[in-house]
Design a protein around this ligand. Structure first.
Ligand code: HEC
Length: 135
């Protein structure tokens, strides 16, 4: 019996609520100058305090612009395999992807929808996306 419970719990815990990676209606992102947001985002991308895992930041897995899978090149919102598996969503925005990796890879809570760090990281991801697509 106990085993069954453990297995069920593990399946549950690997799931991510689609609401945590989808901007709620009526909320607004932190707004700022694109250049300033990009600078904030570049800093946040290496910020280990965003993760509960010691020494981990987005840079741990995405230091290089080519650290993403092929789906990254598609126009947003697009299909991402692990997003489909864990949330059931067929498509995710760049911002949603930041939240997804905050939960799944940084082992943390999603950022506040009006957080400067979320806007910054999203600007960073969109900038990389543009560079990768244009290559
Ligand atoms: C422990 C490793 C790890 C960390 C840390 C991490 N990610 Fe990811 N990330 C992944 C993996 C693995 C994928 C590929 C998922 C897939 O394709 O199913 C991914 C995919 C992505 C993608 C591209 C998805 C696509 O195909 O379009 C973006 C954007 C992204 N991560 C952003 C971030 C941001 C921002 C952070 C920091 C908040 C971060 N990641 C932290 C492992 C990580």
């Amino acid at each position: 019996m106990h085993f069954h419970y453990d297995a069920a719990w593990q399946r549950q815990s690997s799931r991510i609520n689609p609401r945590d990676v989808t901007r709620p209606q009526g909320t607004k992102p932190f707004s700022g100058d694109v250049t300033a947001l990009l600078a904030t985002g570049t800093e946040s991308h290496g910020d280990t305090s965003l993760s509960t895992v010691e020494g981990r930041s987005c840079n741990t897995c995405h230091l290089e612009a080519d650290s993403y899978k092929a789906t990254f090149k598609k126009p947003w919102p697009h299909f991402v395999a692990s997003v489909k598996t864990k949330t059931g969503l067929d498509r995710i925005t760049a911002e949603g992807m930041v939240q997804f990796c905050m939960i799944s890879a940084m082992n943390a809570k999603p950022l506040a929808w009006d957080a400067e760090a979320l806007a910054g990281l999203t600007a960073f991801v969109l900038d990389r996306h543009k560079k990768v697509v244009e290559k």
